[in-house]
Design a protein around this ligand. Structure first.
Ligand SMILES: [Zn+2]
Length: 241
């Protein structure tokens, strides 16, 4: 293709290649399904959290077994009356992550509204706690990051989440509420998905002690080798500054 037209075609192809390469660089590793497959560590995650009572039951398990859970909370479901629930979660070494304001399918929004969904939830959490606790991991509702169900994510969706300040979009590799089956599905680095409801609490009650025989349970940030969100000086007292 030794013509100007041919050169232009070649140039366009190269540009496309570079663009797609760039897109892949943002995407690669940003959406995570699991942690390191070579380390016997796993992360338990609990989504939605509409009901503080069931969150408390899960926290009882955290306390009994000394394991942390990462809660992905929906901002509009966070009740200011439940402050002691969330202070207790943080005191027990649990992590809180963002699960949007009202659980929309993110690819159906625009970039600005995706950021707003995440920002409103952070603001609600700050109001509830009375001090800033900066969430750094998020979970997309339904695990959806693309309008195409066969695609892992749309780049503009992931970019909006990243621009909102999140280090990772966190999905999962195990979502099994039958504890006997779940224990077989789990492997090194697994991220397990649960919800704060009676069935999942029953599952966790059996599952946690079984998993502890093989794995260390850590928060999502720990599993991904991130520095956990700062909570430090509030931990001892839970006091509002
Ligand atoms: Zn959810």
């Amino acid at each position: 293709m030794k013509t100007a037209y041919g050169k232009r075609l070649l140039c366009m192809a190269l540009c496309l290649l570079m663009l797609s390469g760039g897109a892949q660089a943002v995407e690669q590793g940003y959406t995570v399904f699991h942690g390191d497959r070579n380390r016997a560590r796993i992360a338990l995650t609990v989504d939605d959290c509409y009901d503080g009572e069931h969150v408390m039951e899960i926290l009882d398990l955290c306390e009994a077994y000394g394991v942390p859970v990462t809660f992905f909370v929906i901002g509009s479901a966070l009740k200011l009356d439940d402050r002691e629930v969330w202070i207790r979660a943080l005191d027990l070494g649990c992590e809180i992550g963002n699960h949007t304001w009202n659980h929309p399918r993110l690819p159906e929004l625009n970039s600005r509204d995706i950021k707003k969904q995440l920002r409103r939830t952070q603001e609600r959490l700050d109001d509830l706690l009375g001090f800033p606790y900066i969430m750094q991991v998020m979970r997309p509702p339904y695990g959806t990051l693309s309008e195409d169900p066969h695609k892992k994510s749309d780049i503009w969706v992931v970019e909006a989440i990243e621009e909102a300040g999140y280090l990772h979009a966190v999905r999962w590799d195990v979502s099994q509420t039958d504890p006997d089956k779940a224990v077989k599905d789990v492997e090194n680095g697994s991220i397990l998905l649960y919800h704060a409801n009676p069935k999942d609490v029953r599952c966790l009650r059996q599952l946690i002690p079984e998993l502890m025989q093989t794995y260390e349970c850590v928060t999502v940030s720990e599993l991904l080798d991130l520095t956990p969100p700062a909570y430090g000086e509030h931990a001892a007292t839970g006091e509002i500054e």
